[in-house]
Design a protein around this ligand. Sequence first.
Ligand SMILES: C[S@@+](CC[C@H](N)C(=O)[O-])C[C@H]1O[C@@H](n2cnc3c(N)ncnc32)[C@H](O)[C@@H]1O
Length: 279
Amino acid sequence: MERQANDFEKDRAREYRKKAVGSHDQNAPLFADRYEIYARDPYASAFTYGRKKLFERIFFLLEKNVPTDGEVLDVGCGTGYFLTLLGKFGYRAFGLEPAAAMRERARSANPDIEIADGEISRLPFADNRFDAVTAIEVFRYLHRRDIINGYRECLRVLKPGGVLIASLVNKYALDGFIFKYLLRLGREKFLDRPAINYCDFTTPRSVAKLFTREFGQSVETYSALLAPLRLAFIVNRNLGRSLARALEPLDEWLNKKKWHQPLAGHLLAVVKKFEQVQR
Ligand SMILES: C[S@@+](CC[C@H](N)C(=O)[O-])C[C@H]1O[C@@H](n2cnc3c(N)ncnc32)[C@H](O)[C@@H]1O
């Protein structure tokens, strides 16, 4: 019985992985377009503004925790835009990306950066190597099983004292994304609509519990993006752009408040490896 449940979980995890990598393989041109727009105007869409806020928070955390010439691995690096930024800030960047079309773009945009093929739950790197590992919008696509294996792998390749920075999806984000997801899931199941990627929703508290339980490690959480701005972009792109510009100081202020963390558009888990992973 237990073995059957285990096999079922394994199949599920494989199915989610296959979907996530396959869909990103197809969507590589879309991501490249989004980042071209980002480079011109970060306020242009919910995606670009969300990435602006996320990247600002991540670079702030890297600056606090990693020497400027430190080695940073970006797992699930997509088209490699963040790798380019890492290089510009002076970090020695490395990438990993399982979707071939994404990887090709990342490599041609960053010819001097080593970008490996592989998956987060089996990183092709030695133990204790990197000063930081980033995983931006990657864990959200993974089954619980792969999430735990992925965290374990990220901790393994980090030097003691190194940091893992992972973005996650807030269950209670004020844009109500969870309802949109459940609706799409229902349409997939009952109306035979196209299959969607799995999304893992979490909270700052459950991330902290998971790290204590699985690895005996403490985690700090941070947030980015005033989530209702995403809704403004859905209503009208120009409205979203204007509101994002006007409300950015409020966005910054709110995302320094602990109580706002579970409600934000992006949640960040930051884990400093201070001891060997226990299990
Ligand atoms: C939403 S995209 C984000 C890409 C990039 N980090 C960014 O912020 O632009 C998610 C990325 O995770 C990658 N991915 C999906 N499953 C993965 C896995 N099991 N291991 C590593 N990366 C994975 C996808 O191929 C895709 O490039």
